[in-house]
Write a protein that binds this ligand. Structure first.
Ligand SMILES: NC(=O)C1=CN([C@@H]2O[C@H](COP(=O)(O)OP(=O)(O)OC[C@H]3O[C@@H](n4cnc5c(N)ncnc54)[C@H](O)[C@@H]3O)[C@@H](O)[C@H]2O)C=CC1
Ligand SMILES: O=C([O-])CC(=O)C(=O)O
Length: 337
């Protein structure tokens, strides 16, 4: 799988293996397009000792299938009425539950359906496994993350170190597309992507990468557009059958592995993720994705975005008002619930 992560995982074995064994991961929405391959990839992650697969349909079947994979972890599937049992003892909960886009839709068009799904799942987590780290994949991420935070806040259970919007697919795409343009291996061209997870709120910082900063002019505009609208490319190609599932499962497993390495005490695990953040709080934007160091309690340090180019400054200026609107919409939904 992700060879580098796996290598680092092995070196992370200096910490006690009992800590590794105790990691129970739940996937909510495990029967879906993302949920199924994500569950498979998590089954192959040696840092996962137990996998709880929940969905309103199909999770026991997915669990039976995935459980035959020859890795040490235990797998159990839970039916629609077994959410509480699925969450029992979970240290990490990954949420890909909810509807995907069809051509012509924006991620925000999913709000009406997905907001209540995510809110209800968050309420159950707050009740059953309030110590869990929650990884939100369901769109629109710019709103669903504030929804989860506000729901937990209502219960007095919100810990900003433990709620993450998964923006890893933007990072994966950025490396891939920059690699393509420059003829470099994507694994050697990591690109930081900040902001949020929808079109103009996705802000790739090519100037901070030795390879990325070599791209200019028309090629620069094209690659930035491709990173911002990579999701649309897949929605269009799938022609009504949904959005990115396989690359998202890869990205979701990659982020989960990073979090687990941090939780297990590995130092220097840094990756962009959409979290409660002080960076633009003075402008009324209290969730933002930037490089975050992951530690034993989740978010250990939120890095500032650092030096950016004039072009990136423009991208950021376009991002902030849209992001603010999306965050406020999520909060208002919970306030009115
Ligand atoms: N963060 C990101 O970068 C990305 C996010 N997404 C989002 O992920 C979500 C899922 O996408 P797909 O897997 O393609 O959709 P899908 O429709 O294939 O699967 C969604 C699953 O959620 C389940 N579900 C619905 N309500 C539920 C509930 N209350 N509890 C548990 N499970 C429930 C459904 O039964 C279904 O199995 C969408 O909102 C999509 O927009 C997709 C790609 C990338
Ligand atoms: O485009 C979508 O709707 C799914 C998604 O978030 C992505 O692929 O980045």
């Amino acid at each position: 799988m992700f060879a580098r992560a796996a290598l680092r995982t092995v070196s992370a074995r200096s910490f006690s293996t009992s800590a590794v064994r105790q990691t129970r991961v739940a996937v909510l929405g495990a029967g879906g397009g993302i949920g199924q391959p994500l569950s498979l990839l998590l089954k192959s992650d040696p840092l996962v000792s137990s996998l709880s697969l929940y969905d309103i349909r199909g999770a026991p079947g997915v669990a039976a299938d995935v459980s035959h994979v020859d890795t040490a972890s235990e797998v159990k599937g839970y039916a629609a009425d077994q959410l509480d049992q699925a969450l029992e003892g979970a240290k990490v909960v990954v949420i890909p539950a909810g509807v995907p886009r069809k051509p012509g839709m924006t991620r925000d068009d999913l709000f009406n359906t997905n907001a209540s799904i995510v809110r209800d799942l968050a309420a159950a987590i707050g009740r059953v496994s309030p110590e869990a780290h929650i990884l939100i994949i369901s769109n629109p991420v710019n709103s669903t993350v504030p929804i989860v935070a506000a729901t937990l806040e209502k219960q007095g259970k919100f810990d900003p170190r433990r709620v993450f919007g998964v923006t890893t697919l933007d990072v994966v795409r950025a490396a891939r597309f920059v690699g393509e343009v420059t003829g470099k291996n994507p694994l050697d061209t990591p690109i930081t992507v900040v902001g949020g997870h929808s079109g103009p709120t996705i802000v790739p910082l090519l100037s901070q990468s030795p390879t990325g900063k070599t791209i200019s002019g028309e090629a620069y505009g094209k690659v930035v557009h491709r990173i911002q609208y990579g999701g649309d490319e897949v929605v269009k190609a799938k022609d009504g059958a949904g959005s990115a599932t396989l690359s998202m499962a890869y990205a979701g497993a990659k982020f989960t592995n990073s979090l687990l390495r941090g939780l297990n005490g590995e130092k220097g695990v840094i990756t962009p993720t959409f979290v409660k953040s002080p960076l633009y709080e003075s402008q009324g934007i209290d969730f933002f994705s930037s490089n975050v160091e992951l530690g034993t309690e989740g978010v250990a340090k939120i890095h500032p975005i650092g030096e950016i180019s004039a072009e990136e400054q423009k991208l950021l200026e376009a991002c902030l008002p849209e992001l603010k609107k999306n965050i406020e919409k999520g909060k208002a939904f919970v306030a009115q619930s």
